[in-house]
Design a protein around this ligand. Sequence first.
Ligand SMILES: [Zn+2]
Length: 255
Amino acid sequence: MGNRYLPKGMRPSTLDERREFYKSEFNLNGVKRWFSGWCGKTVFAVIIGRHTGIYPPEYEEEASTTILIENYADLEDVREWILEFLPESVYYDRNVYDEQGHAIGQEMAFDLDPENLTCPIHGSLEDKMRRHEGLSFCEIELEMVKDETIGLYEELSKRFSNLRIVYSGRGFHIHVLDEDVFGWSPEERAEVAREVKSKGFMIDEWVTSGGMRLIRLPYSLHGMVSRIVTPINISEIGDFNPIYDERCIPRFLKT
Ligand SMILES: [Zn+2]
């Protein structure tokens, strides 16, 4: 795991805390709302303990693998699976599938992570990797990634009309909900990713072009930092600070 520094108050969640969160706090109505415009069934996924090394002993062998949750009756059922695995992370597959399970489209998203930015104190991602701090980030990087997200949102607004921002636990995601974009080819997606990068934005191209299909599930718990993955309105993001914001702090950190 190497060394790790995180903003004040952020730390990995214990298994008991994950259980408590998904049992009594997980906003399933929020999840339902998030997918209200989707057609077809959503595939969910969990990673139990890849980055935290915290996992139920019976899942030691599967701790670092991505486990898909495809067979479920409803979201309450998905919650039951999550309570079984007590994962550090929960994701959903951005692919849209037809009845036979063939991918017929994909939601486009942009992933902005604080560790990719060059920090005046901690340096570039390469500097951090050399010190085995690849997943670490600080409060300065958090502010920087927020500014980057606002800039990218403005840029994307020129082209797309239905954008949503989500605080991911570390950085931010911008989801594109424009209907026609779901049908874009991988080449068209890669082209947008290249364009955005050429304008100086630091995004994970792999996510935008669709190579990485999974994205963190809104309202789930980010188990490395103990923060709730939270949709944030563009009008609120300027003042948003995940170190103090009540909306993204789980109850187990409030008592
Ligand atoms: Zn830093």
